[in-house]
Design a protein around this ligand. Structure first.
Ligand code: FES
Length: 126
């Protein structure tokens, strides 16, 4: 999405909700579910906060980078996957965790990641 369009939308939201433009901009920049650039069909968000980090999230994130051939913050050339590292997803007891669009995947392993990515590539709907 073009930056000027984002700014214009934020201004309109601020007017509509009687907020300052700064309040809207702060909110949009804080939450990962308000992407400020184009994302793929599946937005993969890997939690890298403490519980997940201690359960191997960094290794899973690196594994996903290698598997998808993209870095964190990037989208695959076919626009299917966007990879992000995010703060706590609120499911610390089932770490490591990732969220793809609105679906949570918990107690992740490399084998589970392989299965999930394969199913999504085959067109599984979330
Ligand atoms: S630390 Fe990962 S879900 Fe809370």
């Amino acid at each position: 999405m073009k930056w000027a369009i984002i700014i214009q939308i934020q201004k309109q939201v601020a007017q509509l909700l009687d907020l300052s433009e700064m309040e809207v901009a702060e909110t949009v920049s804080f939450y990962t579910y308000f992407p400020r650039q184009g994302v793929g069909k599946y937005q993969i968000q890997v939690c890298t906060n403490v519980s997940c980090m201690l359960s191997g999230a960094e290794q899973l994130l690196q594994y996903l980078e290698e598997k998808l051939k993209i870095k964190v913050g990037e989208t695959t050339p076919d626009s299917i996957f966007t990879l992000s590292a995010v703060e706590c997803l609120g499911s610390c007891g089932t770490a490591p965790v990732m969220q793809i669009n609105q679906t949570y995947y918990e107690n992740l392993t490399k084998a589970k990641v392989d299965q999930i990515i394969e199913e999504l590539r085959k067109g599984k709907e979330l």
